[in-house]
Design a protein around this ligand. Structure first.
Ligand code: 0O2
Length: 200
């Protein structure tokens, strides 16, 4: 997994999608006359993290299993202000001819038991070199600043922690996830009210 060729291909997939996301941001920002994307982060999952994930899934930690079972060896996170923008970005991504949608998980409409909210698109982009073509799988997480804040806190104090640590904090965090969903709704309502006044 630390093979230079493997890493080059993964980095290529990141660059390719980051450029697409820049174009999508430009199109939406121009259309709606406001900043859409707040930040884009990318990472290649560490070998330790892949091994942990495979063990959690009850699979042997092999290279083949990593490719077959881990959709997020390459991950890109897009953060925006409003929940409707999440779907605008996702729709434009899905319209790209060279991006194949493998799976969509809408944890905004159906939050996880933990309270986690985010839209996940598992996609594949074709990498061609000379005559060979190899599809590169990427997980794209799209969410609001508020959802991202919640996930960051959850990551530090709950997600992947021991049962005892989780038991203490998870009830409270679940409540805050509901607060965040409510706040996202109110912020969207406020933006729409102002847009109406401005005649948008
Ligand atoms: P990391 O360290 O962020 O990479 P599946 O695709 O169904 O086979 P998977 O990949 O577990 O299994 O799918 P899922 O549940 O959609 O999770 C994918 C990623 O979403 C996770 O990757 C996290 O980044 C994020 N995520 C999912 N659930 C939670 C949650 O409850 N809290 C937080 N903070 N993040 C969550 P990793 O590899 O688990 O972690």
């Amino acid at each position: 997994m630390e093979n230079p060729e493997f890493l080059l291909k993964k980095n290529w997939a990141i660059s390719c999608l980051e450029w697409k996301l820049k174009f999508i941001d430009m199109e939406l920002s121009t259309k709606y006359s406001r900043t859409i994307t707040q930040k884009v982060e990318s990472r290649i999952k560490s070998v330790e993290s892949i091994v942990r994930k495979l063990q959690k899934k009850g699979c042997e930690a092999t290279f083949e299993n990593a490719l077959a079972k881990c959709n997020d060896i390459v991950g890109i996170r897009v953060v925006c202000l409003y929940s409707d923008d999440v779907y605008k970005i996702a729709d434009l991504l899905k319209q790209q001819d060279d991006i194949e949608l493998i799976k969509e998980k809408d944890y905004i409409k159906n939050p996880k038991k933990s309270g986690y909210q985010s839209l996940h698109l598992i996609v594949e982009v074709p990498f061609t070199y000379k005559k060979a073509m190899e599809k590169q799988r990427v997980e794209i997480q799209i969410r609001t600043v508020a959802m991202d804040f919640w996930a960051g806190v959850d990551n530090q104090i709950c997600y992947k922690k021991t049962e005892e640590e989780v038991r203490r904090a998870e009830g409270e965090l679940k409540q805050y996830s509901d607060v965040i969903a409510q706040m996202d709704k109110q912020m969207l309502g406020l933006r729409k009210k102002v847009e109406k006044i401005r005649g948008f």
